[in-house]
Design a protein around this ligand. Sequence first.
Ligand SMILES: C[S@@+](CC[C@H](N)C(=O)[O-])C[C@H]1O[C@@H](n2cnc3c(N)ncnc32)[C@H](O)[C@@H]1O
Length: 245
Amino acid sequence: MNDEKLRQEWMELAPRWVKEVREGRNSPRKGILDPVMLEACGDVEGLSILDCGCGEGRFCRMLVERGAKYVLGLDLCELMIEAAQELQSGRDEYRVQDVQVLDFLEDETFDLAVSYLNQCDLPDFKANNREVFRVLKRGGRFIIANLHPMKSATGKWLRNEAGEKLHAILDNYFDEGERHWAMLGVMFTNFHRTLSTYINDFIETGFLIKRIIEPTLSVDRLEEYPELDDELRVPNFIVYILEKP
Ligand SMILES: C[S@@+](CC[C@H](N)C(=O)[O-])C[C@H]1O[C@@H](n2cnc3c(N)ncnc32)[C@H](O)[C@@H]1O
């Protein structure tokens, strides 16, 4: 799978993605990940922030609304960046860019970097770690939401004849590499890696691991988002809070 093919998959998915994010329920984000990501980012007032794989810019806009001084959103997919620019407010900026290569950015520029469900899309997530480490100021944080490795390994449920979910299937966990999924009717590629592969690379890059969160649902949220009931049973997402010492 080469980078151009991966970009084409996102170009095909982008129109449906933008519509879902802006008009749909977008439950995995609104229901479970947004509160965790916002709390992990903390007070962003006055910060310069980099968003790796920003999509149509929703999280950049949320950071601007919360007082960020400047947010730079990067995404490989031109259609995502065009959609983000439509809603740009002035303190956010967007650029078509592969986040595995950030050589246009100076060292130690940003206070905070985020990666909201993007590292699972990268053939070389280690390059992204290295580059983010370089462009962060000392004491800067890198907040990463990713597919949980227990989800990205297989991601399917064993069901009974009535179609009810018996349990999640965890298989081929140590077989790292491409996984192919359908999302919003489009096939696209993710990369599965084990938990230790991720964590060891954060450490080897030089990051301190401040916290790891496996988000689940509160009872209130479940009432609002009953379609997220899986989240009470299995970890679909994981959030890492890293710091450049
Ligand atoms: C699952 S979406 C998440 C978008 C956004 N962060 C959000 O939460 O709405 C992943 C995004 O990563 C982008 N992407 C995939 N590979 C990339 C790469 N190598 N460099 C930059 N962006 C990439 C895709 O175009 C897509 O917009």
